[in-house]
Design a protein around this ligand. Structure first.
Ligand code: BES
Ligand code: ZN
Length: 618
């Protein structure tokens, strides 16, 4: 078989692998720098090894020791998104099976792409600074030299020196603290992750955090101002965990803590082990958006135990997490809810493929990422095409219970490993030996390696979606003279998720005439809605109908929070609203400095202010 490669990494995971990572970090909030060392215990996998390459990005390397002896090293030229390869030559040769400790003394730069350093004014409490990391996909290399590929899994131990008045938490179990004898203003916290994890799951957050127990193995972390509301919103965490365990087996990570990030966090949530991250934009006050938690819970098995070997196989993480997330919602509520979520997912996929273009190779389930920045390739395709495939297989192979048993077996077959789509498929054929004829009917090439919508559209129960479909069709077909027929009663009995679906369906169609959206505001008062998923779709609808009034609201939304899912499309819509293009650009320029580095980069590209070649200098 051809040797697998990770196109996003410089390291050779077939030649050597990291078993353990020992981090010593001194955080300096004033200079926005982490100073410290990383000791990697590596194991040699080939006959003889005379040098090795690690990933780095914007790191200053001072000194490297291998088993305590000085090694020579050189940093290669900086690639615009992969960073620089760090080549290390130990003073002796290593042999197959041998372990060695590679200790690197280094510091990060203030622009490290994994980190956002917030001023006190950018926090809810306004008194203390805040720091958070986001390593997925390939930003871990900007905070520590490592084999920054999901093909490699290591345990880790960290000693973090942080200001005494702040709390530090990591994607690990806290192992105690001690005074920092070198810096009386700081103290050292220790963390231990005993389960081998890929580098993208290393995470650290430091701030004026408070906590509250929300379950027997779950504690909620947030700034004081946010904790009450969040504790209500996420109260069902333990029920979701138990439901997940009943599907895919025991939870191995000991703790499942939740952390609410500042509004600039670029994602909805992130499955960091022992410490799930969640955006404050999913706190609606009525638990309507809390189902995202079950997605992250699903990752504790799908992604964190069984991991995609490279980012080209990302659908293995996300497609399976979405599948399990929806089964959890089916079990906790009812099957109609699962079906409704699946319909929403299919429509989301239609919308994204329309935007990306149906011949765009990045819409393949298994894309080729050579020279592609995974942050830029990110879309709902691995989530929703992946889900559609798994649901399609569920239907072909005998239904939900049969398929869940397969997934249970899949998890424990590949737990602690990193796998490719081929490994998954081989196991599928092996598990369903008796149904090879059924499996052979699947058009694998169309599902996996062809852009655009999947070759088969699954049938879903439309009970909960019907209202949304009927109402969206009424609006898109209505003539101006018929607008009087709409009233607030239309949506009285719709749930927040149904309103989201109603608006999503309208966004799939041609823009509504201006008079229509104005009437919609009169009867439904969407401008006053604070549920961010509803607000986001409503503002997009208005911008696409070129309603001036929506512009200040949209500008407020993109500057008050930084979730990519909302911020990028809104900025793009503002850009396309020619009359306000300059205003959008001005807002971006004004806020760029205080934005998350990934958001600043991607929005800059969307607004055509940055070109790829310029990105390295950004
Ligand atoms: N792992 C992802 C978030 C992610 C993806 C971070 C790619 C960085 C790069 C996480 O599990 C996820 O899918 N989050 C969703 C929310 C979830 C509730 C479906 C998101 O951020 O939209
Ligand atoms: Zn996910």
């Amino acid at each position: 078989m051809a040797e697998e490669m990770d196109p996003c990494s410089f390291t050779s995971f077939q030649k050597y692998t990291t078993k353990h990572l020992n981090l010593r970090w001194h955080l300096n909030f004033k200079s926005r720098i982490i100073q410290g060392s990383a000791a990697l215990t590596i194991e040699v996998l080939e006959q003889k090894l005379s040098n090795l390459i690690l990933d780095t990005k914007d790191l200053k390397i001072f000194k490297i020791l291998v088993n305590g002896q000085k090694a020579t090293f050189s940093l290669g030229p900086k690639h615009w998104f992969k960073g620089s390869p760090l080549e290390i030559t130990p003073p002796f040769q290593l042999e197959r099976g041998q372990q060695a400790v590679v200790e690197i003394f280094y510091e990060t730069c203030p622009e490290a792409s994994a980190l956002q350093w917030l001023n006190p004014e950018q926090t809810a409490g306004k008194r203390h600074p805040f720091l958070f990391s986001q390593c997925q996909f390939i930003h871990c290399r900007s905070i520590t030299p490592c084999q920054d590929t999901p093909a490699v899994k290591q345990t880790y131990y960290a000693q973090v020196s942080a200001p005494k008045e702040l709390i530090a938490v990591m994607s690990a179990i806290c192992d105690g603290d001690e005074p920092d004898c070198k810096d009386s203003k700081q103290r050292i916290l220790q963390f231990r992750q005993k389960i081998p994890i890929p580098s993208y799951l290393i995470a650290i957050v430091v701030g004026a955090l408070e906590s509250r127990e929300i379950g027997p193995r779950s504690r909620l972390w947030a700034e004081k101002e946010a904790i009450e509301k969040a504790a209500f919103e996420f109260a069902q965490t333990e029920t979701m965990l138990k439901t997940a365990e009943s599907l895919v087996g025991p939870y191995l990570w000991e703790r499942y803590d939740l952390l609410v990030l500042p509004p600039s966090f670029p994602y909805g949530a992130m499955e960091n082990p022992c410490l799930m991250y969640v955006t404050p934009t999913s706190i609606a006050g009525d638990r309507s958006l809390a189902d995202g938690i079950s997605h992250e819970i699903a990752h504790c098995w799908m992604g964190n135990l069984v991991t995609n070997k490279t980012w080209e196989h990302f659908w293995l993480n996300e497609g399976h997490a979405v599948y399990i997330e929806r089964v959890i919602s089916g079990r906790m509520y009812n099957e109609k809810c699962r079906q409704f979520a699946a319909i929403g997912g299919w429509n989301y996929l239609c919308d994204s493929i329309k935007t990306l273009g149906k011949t765009n190779k990045l819409t393949n389930l298994v894309p080729n990422l050579a020279e592609v920045d995974p942050d830029e390739a990110f879309s709902c395709v691995p989530y929703e095409k992946g889900f559609a495939l798994l649901y399609h297989l569920e239907q072909l192979l005998g239904g939900q219970d049969v398929f869940i048993k397969f997934l249970h077996a899949y998890v424990w077959k590949f737990a602690f490993k990193s796998i490719t789509t081929d490994d998954w498929k081989t196991f599928l054929y092996d598990y369903f030996k008796d149904k090879a004829d059924v499996l052979n009917k699947v058009n694998w090439d169309a599902w996996m390696n062809t852009p655009g919508m999947p070759p088969a559209q699954p049938q879903y129960d439309t009970t909960l979606a019907d209202k949304c479909t009927t109402l969206s069709q009424r609006w898109s077909k209505a003539k101006e003279s018929e607008l009087y027929s709409f009233s607030s009663a239309d949506i009285e009995e719709m749930t927040p998720l149904q309103l989201i679906e109603f608006l999503s369906q309208l966004l799939l169609k041609d823009p509504l005439p201006l008079k229509h959206v104005q009437r919609m505001q009169d009867v439904y008062s969407f401008n006053a809605v604070t549920n961010m998923e509803i607000r986001f779709r409503w503002l997009r609808l208005c911008l696409r109908s070129k309603w001036d009034n929506a512009v200040p609201l949209a500008l407020r939304m993109v500057t008050e929070q930084g979730r990519l899912k909302f911020t990028r499309p809104l900025f793009r819509d503002l850009y396309d609203f020619t009359k306000f293009r300059q205003e959008a650009i001005n807002a971006y320029m004004k806020y760029k400095q205080s934005m998350h580095p990934c958001t600043a980069l991607l929005v800059g590209r969307d607004l055509h202010l940055l070109q790829e070649e310029l990105t390295a200098a950004f």
